[in-house]
Design a binder for this molecule. Structure first.
Ligand code: ATP
Ligand code: MG
Length: 559
């Protein structure tokens, strides 16, 4: 079991413990994660998943997966499949308890009929615009519909005919009969059923009326025996309606679901709205839902985020009652932390500059020992020969004072190998540096007589003959923000044109050959990278997960 330090102390857990102490929910704790299958899950959903599955696990209870599929026009089985894959990948299981709100369409219909019988629901002929106009405002009460006082018999008959398909979309709705003057607008005769002659991805053409979310959601929770319906703050004002509904239908207050609201996750530089994410996909601004720049779980996975890093992040941010904005640097800190421990460290040169070691025999090749990761040991051999590549940035012809890398006449240590000295700079016709001629101190490799010689700079390199060519995709935030990290409402006008830069001809040491998509590496001094599924036997493709510099840890230290 994970360490649930945040869960152990958060207010939702406190409420659960209070309920148990008061003798409620004697059958055990039961939560659910209820996505609408109208898009891919994103980092905000991860927070809800970690909380709901985490609460169940912490309390030795159960957590269901339930698809809230009451809106057939927007839903698709592609989303149903991706949602399951993402939850499993995060490391959670609903065992055999995967449900759909559509499983309950018959029951929900019966509950609606029961409300009508009790005089608590009526069929309304007002148009959507009229219903809106009659609803009043926060400061003025609403106005009752002229159809509000239809008899129970007439309502039963009309509702049955709605179901039978006698009316067209929008012609009639079923409404709860509560109070058009209620200060809480949700109680002003909420619409609970609408007509939609639309094919449903699971029930086909069986239904032409569909329950509204506010009707289906609390009842689905009650039907499944959910004890704690954990949801985001915007549903707080819907709670009185859910209570009214469950009261009206006679659900026992001691065992029916208790709704507890928490603040949704908002992240700097990041969109967490499925509607907006869908727009990015549909307008071709990104390659798809799993584009590594997307905050979707599938995008983060392809980018190289690990399940542990996302779960740790959800632990770190905690659960609160007030909305706030979390710095995306904290998410990056979590993945860096995980990869620092688990990713092997290899050498890759992103912008190669050729170096010839003139005193190293032509045709000679040797294998030097290199450690994989100081946190868990292991080592490998790295080939060395007369021609190597270093990073263009690691050489400067006219360097500033504190430049400790390679310069004319200067020395630098090649990681895991020799100390070299720059003897000659070769340029092309345009004056561009194209090659360096260096000599190596051949006694300076590990174990050699001069191995301990003090040299300020160490650079990474790859041997020319054995290096593998790779495409490396470097990412930046998809969107420009204000200085606080807020994404503007017209986000399509705030696209960062530099969010993807492709390096076509990076060179990597041969040990990474034939590694599977999803394998992580630290490229020494460059950052963390992951093998992308676009990789083929002929072409390696890497995504940069995150750089090495941890602005979050730095800021946290400063306090
Ligand atoms: P969106 O507005 O992006 O479509 P949603 O809330 O409509 O999101 P659902 O599929 O209904 O998406 O969400 C499933 C669950 O995930 C809900 O319980 C919802 O409260 C929760 N959730 C969605 N977004 C966030 C978020 N940013 N932070 C925490 N929980 C979230
Ligand atoms: Mg929703």
């Amino acid at each position: 079991m994970a360490e649930y330090t945040t869960i152990a102390s958060n207010f939702v857990q406190n409420a659960i413990e209070e309920d148990l102490k008061n003798g409620k929910y004697t059958e055990g704790i039961h939560t659910r994660f209820p996505p609408e299958p109208n898009g891919y899950l994103h980092i905000g959903h991860a927070k809800s998943i970690c909380l709901n599955f985490g609460l169940a696990e912490y309390n030795h209870g159960l957590c269901n997966l339930r698809f809230d599929d009451t809106n057939p026009t927007k839903e698709d089985t592609e989303y149903v499949d991706s949602i399951q894959a993402d939850i499993h990948w995060l490391g959670f299981s609903w065992q055999n308890r995967m449900f759909y709100a559509s499983d309950y369409f018959d029951k929900l219909y019966d509950y609606a009929v029961e409300l009508i019988r009790k005089g608590l629901a009526y069929v309304d002929d007002l148009t959507a615009a009229e219903i809106k106009a009659y609803r009043g405002t926060l400061t003025e009460p609403g106005k009752e519909s002229p159809y509000r006082n239809r008899s129970v018999e007439e309502n039963l008959d009309l509702f049955a005919r709605m179901k039978a398909g006698e009316f067209s979309d929008g012609e009639k709705v079923l409404r709860a009969k509560i109070d058009m003057a209620a200060p809480n607008m949700v109680l002003r005769d909420t619409v609970i059923y609408r007509i939609a002659h639309t094919h449903h991805h699971r029930t086909g053409d069986k239904w032409c009326i569909y329950p509204m979310y506010d009707f289906a959601h609390p009842l689905s929770d009650a039907i499944e025996g959910i004890t704690h319906s954990v949801c985001t703050l915007e549903f707080e004002e819907h709670r009185p309606f859910y209570d009214w509904l469950l009261d009206s239908l006679g659900f026992d207050p001691n065992s029916r679901p208790r709704q507890i609201e928490f603040a949704r996750l908002n992240l700097t530089n990041t969109i967490t709205s499925k509607r907006k994410l869908r727009q990015l996909v549909e307008e071709g601004i990104v390659r798809g839902w799993d584009d590594p720049r997307m905050p979707t779980i599938s995008g983060l996975r392809r980018r190289g985020y690990t399940p542990a890093s996302l779960r740790n992040f959800c632990e770190e941010i905690g659960v609160a009652k007030g909305n706030s904005l979390v710095d995306v640097a904290m998410l990056e800190h979590c993945v860096r932390d995980d990869l620092n421990e688990h990713a092997d460290r290899v050498m890759a040169v992103l912008h190669p500059l050729k170096v010839v070691i003139t005193n190293y025999p032509e045709g000679q090749e040797e294998y030097l020992v290199a450690d994989n990761n100081p946190m868990h040991g292991g080592s490998r051999f790295v080939p060395f020969s007369r021609e190597i590549y270093i990073e263009q940035e690691d050489f400067m012809e006219e360097p500033p004072k504190k430049f400790f890398r390679l310069k004319p006449g200067g020395e630098v240590r090649l990681k895991h190998a020799y100390i070299i000295k720059c003897e000659e700079v070769i340029k092309d016709a345009s004056g561009q540096v194209v090659e360096l001629h260096c000599t190596a101190d051949l006694d300076s490799k590990t174990g050699g007589a001069t191995a301990g010689r003090k040299i300020k700079g160490t650079v990474h390199w790859v041997a020319a003959k054995t290096a593998l060519k790779a495409e490396v995709r470097m990412y930046d935030y998809l969107l420009e923000t204000d200085e606080d990290g807020n994404v503007p409402a017209d986000f399509l006008n705030a696209l960062n044109k530099n969010s993807l830069k492709v390096i076509g001809d990076a060179l990597i040491e041969p040990s990474v050959k034939l590694t599977a998509a999803g394998t992580h590496y630290q490229f020494l001094r460059e950052g963390y990278f992951v093998v992308d599924p676009d990789t083929t036997p002929d072409k390696l493709v890497f995504n940069r997960v995150v750089g090495l510099r941890d602005s979050w840890a730095k800021a946290a230290k400063k306090g």
